[in-house]
Design a protein around this ligand. Structure first.
Ligand SMILES: Nc1ncnc2c1ncn2[C@@H]1O[C@H](COP(=O)(O)OP(=O)(O)OP(=O)(O)O)[C@@H](O)[C@H]1O
Ligand SMILES: O=P(O)(O)OC[C@H]1O[C@H](OP(=O)(O)OP(=O)(O)O)[C@H](O)[C@@H]1O
Length: 333
């Protein structure tokens, strides 16, 4: 399928304009050789080598634009997709590729002192061990601040529905009435300290922000990472548009694979070949080359970057020499 032209149209690809995902997205675009020139302060950039236009948008809005079909492709967090999926974009977005960065979790957090008070109260009321633990249900009926109103409402709605059934009643009194979910646009962690909320639903990565605000995690709503998403209807249609999407996805997969793997080269005695195969099986099989010295072989294989040090230790222990590890700039699996 020819992808050089899309009947004069251009594929629209939305990427976060700032924030945590922005830089990683730019690296991905570069690795996939999507070239563009972005004029100062302009949020639209025409690719100079593909029939594609990049649109730089807030990460929070990208799911909406992809769902509504205003753009074909986008990169944003799974948390953002889940938040928007409750609206008109429901079912119209499909995840094409998990990207492995922007990993964090959306969790319910409350002031440490309050959590301890609740735990002590439960213990004093006779609860022991795990029964005295403070759970998300203990915050049903409380005030909760978040930027994720839909997800928080769904989370507490499910607990409130459960709480009405006698068998599923929470272990301790959880406050009357429905939970009040309060929208805040940022600095969510400050809401409890400022008296706006009893708990917050916010993203946690390292936990530093949460701890600095005197909060502890009470429950997890979801784990999230950055994803490449597409408009389901646009992806379903065949033709040059689909061919271009497929090519971009293949290129992005290549960049991601290259980041996960490194290439290891080493020399080993030929009678140790079985060990070489066992330690570095490669993606299909290791490449084995003969050296001038017939008793020795040179082995080359792709290995996971995270395992590189352990594999080098293992190879050294079985007599491998001249072990070299190389970065992979790009690859196709
Ligand atoms: N530590 C983190 N905190 C928040 N989001 C994170 C974190 N790590 C990864 N992410 C992901 O990045 C996405 C965008 O978050 P970010 O807060 O950077 O966007 P933004 O709101 O556009 O930027 P800013 O906070 O600068 O206004 C989140 O929805 C989430 O998927
Ligand atoms: O667990 P950590 O590594 O500390 O990261 C989590 C924090 O990062 C995000 O805020 P961000 O810095 O994007 O600013 P914001 O509060 O304005 O959204 C998020 O809302 C948390 O506050």
């Amino acid at each position: 399928m020819e992808i050089s032209e899309l009947d004069g149209e251009r594929l629209l690809f939305a990427v976060p304009k700032k924030g945590r995902l922005h830089q990683r997205c730019l690296q991905l675009l570069e690795g996939a050789d999507i070239q563009f020139h972005r004029k100062n302060r302009l949020d639209i950039a025409t690719s100079t080598n593909l029939p594609l236009t990049l649109v730089f948008l807030p990460a929070a809005d990208i799911a909406k634009f992809v769902g509504n079909g205003n753009v074909d492709l986008g990169i944003t967090g799974e948390d953002m997709i889940a938040e928007v999926a409750g609206g008109s974009a429901h079912g119209k977005i499909t995840t094409v590729q998990e990207l492995g960065f922007g990993t964090c979790r959306l969790s319910l957090q409350a002031p440490a002192a309050d959590v301890e008070r609740r735990r002590a109260r439960k213990a004093a009321a006779g609860a022991a061990g795990a029964d005295a633990a403070v759970t998300p249900r203990d915050f049903v009926g409380c005030r909760v601040a978040t930027s994720f109103v839909h997800l928080a409402t769904k989370y507490f709605g499910a607990m409130e529905a459960g709480a009405t059934a006698p068998a599923a009643a929470p272990p301790a009194a959880t406050g009357a009435g429905s939970t009040r979910i309060e929208y805040v646009g940022g600095s969510v962690e400050a809401a409890c300290g400022l008296g706006l909320a009893d708990a917050v639903v916010d993203l946690v990565e390292s936990g530093e922000t949460m701890r600095a605000a005197g909060l502890v995690e009470v429950g997890t709503l979801m784990a999230t990472q950055a994803v490449l998403v597409a408009n389901r209807a646009k992806l379903a249609s065949d033709g040059p548009r689909r061919a271009l999407v497929d090519m971009i996805v293949r290129r992005i997969r290549g960049v991601l694979a290259a980041a996960r793997y490194v290439l290891i080269n080493y020399n080993m005695r030929r009678d140790q070949l079985a060990e070489a195969r066992r330690i570095t099986p490669g993606r299909k099989a290791p490449t084995v080359s003969t050296l001038e010295d017939p008793e020795w072989i040179a082995v080359s294989a792709m290995i996971l970057k995270k395992d590189a040090a352990t594999i080098m230790d293992q190879l050294e222990a079985v007599g491998a020499r001249d072990i070299l590890v190389f970065e992979i700039h790009n690859c196709r699996e």
